[in-house]
Design a protein around this ligand. Structure first.
Ligand code: IDP
Ligand code: MG
Length: 137
């Protein structure tokens, strides 16, 4: 059993498709172990995406992530990290496979609907960034 961090980004929250996205997780064997809706501070967004700080899109990414509230979740299930990444689809929605979350709900490589941890190790760090042990069930 694995846990991974998922974020429904500001574009998808704005589109009112939180439920539709969560349905993808639940109907594919992932369970919501923790969930909250929050509006990230700039400091938090910068810290969360610190691994991308040298990338040319870093500032745009931070500004986008603080443009509205997000939904942060811990997803739990067998191979949760890989399963979530598969359900999300490619970073660029134009390259995402039909039926993936990004193909169905995202408009651009910036506003791409969801975040998902890319490894078990990063999942642990990202989960701890948002949730204390007592908030995960
Ligand atoms: P991922 O979200 O599929 O793991 P990463 O490479 O980790 O993709 O990039 C983090 C986020 O940064 C992406 O989800 C996207 O919002 C943004 N991003 C990545 N590459 C680009 C780009 O080339 N232009 C603009 N934004 C980008
Ligand atoms: Mg990533």
């Amino acid at each position: 059993m694995e846990q991974t961090l998922s974020i429904i980004k500001p574009d998808a929250v704005q589109k009112n498709v939180i439920g539709k996205i969560i349905e993808r997780f639940e109907s594919n064997g992932l369970r919501i172990a923790a969930i909250k809706k929050i509006w990230l501070s700039k400091a938090d967004a910068k810290k969360f995406y610190i691994i991308h700080k040298e990338r040319p899109f870093y500032n745009d990414l931070i500004n986008f992530m603080v443009s509205g509230p997000v939904v942060v979740m811990v997803l739990e299930g067998e191979n949760a990290v890989t399963k979530n990444r598969d359900l999300m689809g490619a970073t660029n929605p134009k390259e995402a496979k039909p039926g993936t979350i990004r193909a169905d709900f995202a408009d651009s490589i910036d506003a791409n609907a969801v975040h998902g941890s890319d490894s078990l190790e990063n999942a642990k760090t990202e989960i701890a960034f948002f949730f204390g042990k007592r908030a995960i069930f």
